[in-house]
Ligand binder design. Sequence first.
Ligand SMILES: Cc1cc2nc3c(=O)[nH]c(=O)nc-3n(C[C@H](O)[C@H](O)[C@H](O)COP(=O)(O)O)c2cc1C
Length: 236
Amino acid sequence: MRVTELDRASVDHVLTTTRAVRRRLDLDRPVPLHVVYECLEIGLQAPTGFNLQNWRWLVVTDPELRCALASIYRRALRPFIEMMDAHTPADDQVTQRVSVSSWYLAEHLEHVPVHLIPCTTSRVVDEREMWASQGFDTDHWNMAASSVYGEVWPAAWSCMLALRSRGLGSSLTMIHLAAEPEVAELLGIPEGVSQAGLLPVAYFQGEDFRPGSRRPLAEVAFQERWGETLEALRES
Ligand SMILES: Cc1cc2nc3c(=O)[nH]c(=O)nc-3n(C[C@H](O)[C@H](O)[C@H](O)COP(=O)(O)O)c2cc1C
């Protein structure tokens, strides 16, 4: 398909309205797995370092496993929610809404029909040792972390966009990683494999989503040097 044939409005709409869906997940409507596989397949077109494609995916539908995952998730989330609630100013309604909605998801997680666990076959600690063994003389934690999780998040996000365009909602979560070894044991994930997160997937209720509130571009993007205003936004 040529660029001129792309329906840019639809593409941009999906890109700007793929939200973290928690309270609008339809917990009663079954999700056909072939639709999920289609979205995972689309995700496989995402980039990976050296095209190594170290990503791995677990599609969890078994009710007992979902129940166990939900219980681990809640245990991991509780202290974070308590910490957030204790530090969120009374007038910060956005953060308060995220907190309430995150806990809602946790409380209903076992009823979300499909849990996707994106993984990668490398680990930050191993990656770092590999860089060190190649004679790099600086600390490479950041490079290792970026390359390990960068192996899987672009694919996961593509998958979420594809889900959204098919009427399915999800949300990028990673709180269960506080108990990553427990989940590895539960799901038989071998040593050396990193889990990146958990995407709960269900059809969403309602017609559409709106773009979320974000900091303005001028506040978060700089030109040439850190802190310098984007050229087009400079006052003449
Ligand atoms: C690195 C990362 C970790 C996240 N972890 C969680 C999580 O553990 N639980 C959750 O419900 N949402 C999680 N989220 C979703 C964010 O809360 C959500 O994207 C953000 O509040 C913006 O909301 P929106 O996408 O609906 O605009 C995470 C998002 C990112 C990028």
